[in-house]
Design a protein around this ligand. Sequence first.
Ligand SMILES: NC(=O)c1ccc[n+]([C@@H]2O[C@H](COP(=O)([O-])OP(=O)(O)OC[C@H]3O[C@@H](n4cnc5c(N)ncnc54)[C@H](OP(=O)(O)O)[C@@H]3O)[C@@H](O)[C@H]2O)c1
Length: 382
Amino acid sequence: MTGWWLLCSLLCALLLCALLRFTLRSPVPPFPLPALHGRTAIVTGGSSGIGEAVARELARCGARVVLATRNAVRGEEAAWRIRRDTGNPEVLFMPLDLSSLRSVHAFAAAFLQQEPNLHLLINNAGVSAGGTTEDGFSLPFQVNHLGHFLLTQLLLQRLQSSAPSRVLIVASSAHQAGRLCMAKLGQPPPGPFAAFQDYCNSKLANVLHARQLAARLQGTGVTAYAVHPGFVHTQLFRHTPLWLQPLWTPLSRFCFRSAAEGARTVLFCATQDGLQPFSGCYFADCRPLQPCAQGRDDAAARELWERSERLLGLQPSLFSLHIPLPFPPCVQQCSQQSPCLFPSNSSPHLPKISVYLQTLKRFISCHPNQTWCFLLALGSRA
Ligand SMILES: NC(=O)c1ccc[n+]([C@@H]2O[C@H](COP(=O)([O-])OP(=O)(O)OC[C@H]3O[C@@H](n4cnc5c(N)ncnc54)[C@H](OP(=O)(O)O)[C@@H]3O)[C@@H](O)[C@H]2O)c1
């Protein structure tokens, strides 16, 4: 009798494993990547896991790849492994510790001095552990969101001057459990599962960041995407409590995707043509997917942006919206694409008032509190 019970339990366990493997692993089939010679990419957290797998494929396609990560030994070793595996000598390590705002500034300054182009910014680095940074923010919030937010702002002009270019933010389906308390942004949440909740909150911030970034960069040639890579067997959950490890380790090893499989949706959004209309979207399994309701909340995305700017001491300005004065990009684009919008006897620098109104509407939806700033800018031009 006991034998039968043992056999049944074993069969049930095997069945459960197979089911989990089937649902969690289900990798996206590989697809051909285009040649990327002459393109420059930054991959944060490129020293292991998904970041290293993404960097390897970009390098294989001929891109110049900068691995931006905090540990020099691991960073140099990963760069060496990728150069060896791909034969591409243009893979280099540059130090970046996202848990230190000083380090983010130093990295951006060094990169801007050294590299004339930036076509792909892959904001991938992430932590799941709790803690507080030297700047006084919760560790997952700063590494996963705020540090990347600052990095993106500091590199935005280089992305624009290299357009068409893309920003990819490696988010997670864990954003669905995220709850952002705007008044306490950057502080760890209370409760027994604070570290996990903090991680989910930071991933929700990732989804909202991509959404708002895309809205603000419309018409500049820079697009932004948030990506869920799937459940991937990496070192992300290396701080799992000891009591959970006997369950977590085999589950992750046998049921999750490999890093190379997890890299596919990131690579898809980084390289495939025709994704401009999906700028701001959340992708999983190489398809745009509806994020959860909080992830579609544009008011929350705007508030997160403005509060992140304030936490970093960045001045919100017209230029932070990247509307080059005197004419916003959509106006410039319209003048090139549809000359009929402009009276034939006037210069294309005198767009119809409707174009201004459209731009104003978009500006107000992005920055409701700064409409006066826009009007002032147009007024000074007039
Ligand atoms: N694994 C999954 O199932 C999964 C699912 C959904 C989303 N994601 C997301 O995928 C991204 C990559 O994670 P992964 O799974 O590949 O984990 P991973 O293997 O732990 O890689 C994380 C990378 O981030 C780097 N990093 C950590 N803290 C940093 C800091 N302060 N400054 C700069 N770099 C730092 C790490 O560097 P060190 O080598 O020095 O630690 C490592 O290179 C994360 O954003 C994660 O949230 C993962």
